[in-house]
Design a binder for this molecule. Structure first.
Ligand SMILES: *Cc1c(COP(=O)(O)O)cnc(C)c1O
Length: 364
């Protein structure tokens, strides 16, 4: 079976070496030495000022909203993983959906201003598939209207924009280190900011708002463990190689797929990409379903990232219509992509896709 992604695991011995240290210290969680080491290595790797390693890429979105005091309307993207919208709803905010750009599927900055009201407090955008949003345009709108910018940068680890990690932009950026992502810690995530005061606040939020017997603020439990940090320490030095291997898979798809009837989102100029996903867009949902069936018959399981368009979720009330996102969500499919996906499998997947589209377009 070939899944859309396959988690990369380090050598078992490398991981167990870290476990030996954990057994010796009996320090399992709560700001342990491996967590501190991972945070310091990640800050160095990403070139960012403050970074908190947390339990997942969802709670960090919630912490960002809480730390920035966002409780009302937030302009957001309809084209992302459901966690982006869920975090807003969970924190009692009102998601206001701005439609996406049909070229790169990121939120369209030109659609944001018309949605701003006196209750708008922030923009929460996703750098979808690891490709940067139009960061300058979004920042200019935020500055003009005094809004905070939170980036759900869950897909961007190892990707940069204008020579800087994509995670370094916005008031706050968050990342996910879930097992399915480019870099993972089994479960995990981080929150990044350049603001000292905000970083201090987030530090306390992560562990119940207190240090020893001093209680500073409200907080939640978003601490991650030494076991998760150990996985991160094993994988962080390999990120460059993992991205290079993904790039190779990308190039094979580009060689073997027939692009007569499929398109791909464009890459934002200035982005050094991390090859996080391989989305292809068909000319109809019927074509997508036909391709999925053909792949499934060979035990190949692509995923409909991202479907449905988040503004159409039944538990989102009074959402704006977003015709471009709704249309793309019906027609986009992410093909299997992971570092050790063999060339022969990419060739086979491409052949099945090519054949299934050709059948569809034959006259009846
Ligand atoms: C994976 C993902 C998340 C959630 O991350 P978890 O670590 O699984 O909680 C949030 N946003 C986006 C865009 C994601 O792809």
């Amino acid at each position: 079976m070939i899944n859309v992604t396959k988690s990369y695991l380090p050598d078992l011995e490398e991981y167990t070496n870290y476990l030996k240290g954990i057994w010796e210290r009996v320090h399992l969680t709560n700001d342990g030495p491996l967590l501190r080491e991972l945070e310091s290595q990640m800050k160095e790797f990403l070139g960012v000022k403050h970074l908190k390693f947390c339990t997942n890429g969802t709670i960090v979105l919630q912490m960002a909203l809480k730390a920035l005091d966002i409780t009302k309307e937030v302009i957001t993207t309809p084209f992302s993983y459901v966690a982006t919208t869920n975090a807003l709803l969970w924190e009692g905010c009102t998601p206001v959906f701005a439609d996406i750009n049909p070229d790169d599927f990121n939120v369209d900055p030109d659609k944001i201003e018309a949605l701003i009201t006196e209750n708008t407090q922030a923009i929460m955008a996703t750098h979808v598939y690891g490709n940067a949003c139009q960061i300058e345009k979004i920042q200019a709108i935020a500055d003009k209207h005094n809004l905070k910018v939170i980036y759900d940068a869950a897909h961007t680890f190892g990707a940069s924009y204008n020579g800087q990690s994509i995670l370094s932009y916005g008031d706050v950026s968050t990342c996910s280190f879930h097992a399915t992502k480019v870099f993972h810690t089994v479960e995990g995530g981080c929150i990044v900011t350049n603001d000292d005061a905000l970083a201090e606040k987030l530090h306390f939020y992560r562990s119940f708002g207190h240090r020893n017997d001093d209680y500073y603020s409200i907080g939640i439990n978003a601490k991650n463990s030494e076991f998760h940090a150990a996985m991160g320490l094993c994988l962080l030095p390999k990120v460059g190689d993992l991205i290079a291997a993904r790039k190779q898979v990308f190039e094979w798809y580009a060689t073997y797929l027939n692009f007569d009837k499929i398109t791909r989102p464009s890459l934002t100029p200035g982005v050094d990409y991390n090859y996080a996903y391989y989305p292809i867009v068909f000319d109809s949902e019927a074509a997508l379903l036909r391709v999925m069936d053909a792949l499934k018959a060979q035990e190949i399981l692509p995923r409909r990232y991202f479907y449905p368009s988040l503004n159409t979720l039944h538990f989102v009330k009074d959402a704006q219509s977003c015709p471009i996102s709704e249309d793309i969500a019906l027609r986009v499919l992410c093909l299997p992509l992971y570092p050790d996906l063999p060339k022969s499998d990419v060739e086979r997947i491409a052949a099945i896709v090519n054949e299934a589209i050709a059948i569809e377009s034959e006259p009846v």
